[in-house]
Design a protein around this ligand. Structure first.
Ligand code: MLT
Length: 397
């Protein structure tokens, strides 16, 4: 008998969205070695790490080189010094977290996939359409059934329970706010509706807060700002967009102690899973992440976020000038817009790449409702953003 493979992999597309975009760009560059390409596709940052973060990691590396200060295996769920900083950050939004509710990891993407280990395969999963493709792919790989709630102009790209177009009640509900890719943000009252819905039905909300640092004004940064969320939600967050850790890798997941299903604590299950399959995030990286919350770190990180906000403004000004419908760009590093001239998103991807040398992400890659939409990221350099928008303006005017 030969080993049996996971046949669910037959139900996901051959390659991951951003890997496919990278492949097409590499192909283009091979065929056109002299053409310059401006990358506004994957949400990868371009600003270097904050000085305070680098210094903290250098100091931590030096500690690792001395017997007296060397750290071997750390706690699987993360060091207290980082958890304490995160707790203080949440306290600013009126959220009290127990240290045992915070689990430090190597990033939100890993946690997004791994958290599914604690859920049975026969759960029904609700995913907004469009949304970050990892939610659908990871559940499909496990064999879970996924249904969609469309995010569209009519609901402000923020699907609510009434947008579930079936009588079935989802067991797992993904919410991403600020949303990737649309940039739409749920307000407190909208999140309260989802929290009440989940508590009433025993569903669990997986809340992706990876872009919370872009939230402005009085909008929620965390689902735990909502009363009742601790009995129905898990929150996944990241230092990638907040502090430029895309290549450094650090994130965290909050699993409340009060979250119980089927008589079992999901917090204890996740702890058991992490202790078994994960040996913790590198000490040096956790020291760098903790530096993000120091006064100097906060200031430097905010400068970088403001820089990306400036890029987003250049992009939205361009869309305004051209009369192109868009969302995002305000509480989010992404601008989500309608492809000009009624084009479909993969067709528009090719036009943008071939004619202007600009890489973006086709809306269809985020779900069927994204078919005529396109996403550009504000994480490029200022110069590249200005150049891209100038070309865009000249071509589509
Ligand atoms: C994106 O471009 O959607 C994100 O950068 C992908 C990710 O965070 O994994």
């Amino acid at each position: 008998m030969a080993a049996k493979i996971n046949s669910n992999f037959g139900n996901v597309s051959e390659s991951y969205l951003f890997a496919e975009v990278a492949r097409l760009v590499a192909e283009f560059q091979k065929a056109n070695p002299d053409r310059k390409v401006i990358r506004m596709g994957i949400g990868d940052v371009t600003r270097p790490l904050a000085k305070t973060v680098v210094k903290a990691m250098q100091d931590a590396a030096a500690e690792q080189g001395k017997t007296e200060t060397f750290h071997g295996y750390g706690p699987e769920q993360g060091y207290d010094f980082l958890k304490d900083s995160i707790r203080k950050y949440y306290a600013d939004y009126g959220v009290t977290l127990d240290p045992d509710e915070i689990f430090i990891s190597d990033g939100a993407k890993s946690d997004c996939g791994n958290i599914l280990n604690i859920f049975a395969e026969d759960n029904l999963v609700l995913v907004p359409d469009p949304v970050y493709p990892v939610y659908v792919d990871t559940n499909t790989m496990d064999g879970r059934r996924v249904i969609f709630a469309e995010a569209n102009e009519a609901n402000g790209f923020l699907p609510m329970p009434e947008d579930i177009k079936t009588d079935e009640v989802p067991d797992i509900i993904y919410l991403c706010s600020p949303n990737n890719p649309t940039g739409a943000v749920y307000d407190h009252s909208q999140l309260k509706v989802w929290v009440d819905y989940a508590n009433a039905h025993g569903s669990v909300i997986l809340f992706d807060a990876a872009y919370e640092c872009f939230v402005t004004g009085d909008m929620p940064h965390s689902i735990f700002e909502i009363e009742g969320a601790k009995t129905c939600a898990i929150e996944i967050c990241s230092f990638s967009k907040t502090a430029g850790f895309t290549g450094t890798r650090c994130g965290y997941t909050v699993v409340p102690l009060d979250l119980v299903r089927d008589g079992r604590s999901l917090n204890k299950m996740w702890l058991r899973r992490q202790c078994t399959k994960f040996n913790g995030t590198a000490y040096i990286v956790q020291r760098g992440a903790a530096a993000v919350f120091t006064p100097e770190g906060e200031k430097e990180v905010k400068e970088n976020i403001d820089y990306y906000r400036g890029n987003a403004k250049i992009m939205t000004d361009t869309m305004d000038k051209l009369g192109i419908f868009y969302t995002g760009g305000k509480n989010s590093p992404y601008v989500w817009f309608k492809c000009p001239n009624g084009m479909e998103s993969w067709e528009f991807f090719r036009v943008l790449l071939n004619e202007l040398g600009i890489v973006g992400t086709p809306g269809a890659g985020f779900g069927p409702a994204g078919k005529n939409f396109f996403r550009l990221t504000a994480f490029s350099t200022r110069e590249a953003t200005e150049e891209a928008m100038k070309k865009f303006c000249e071509y589509f005017r």
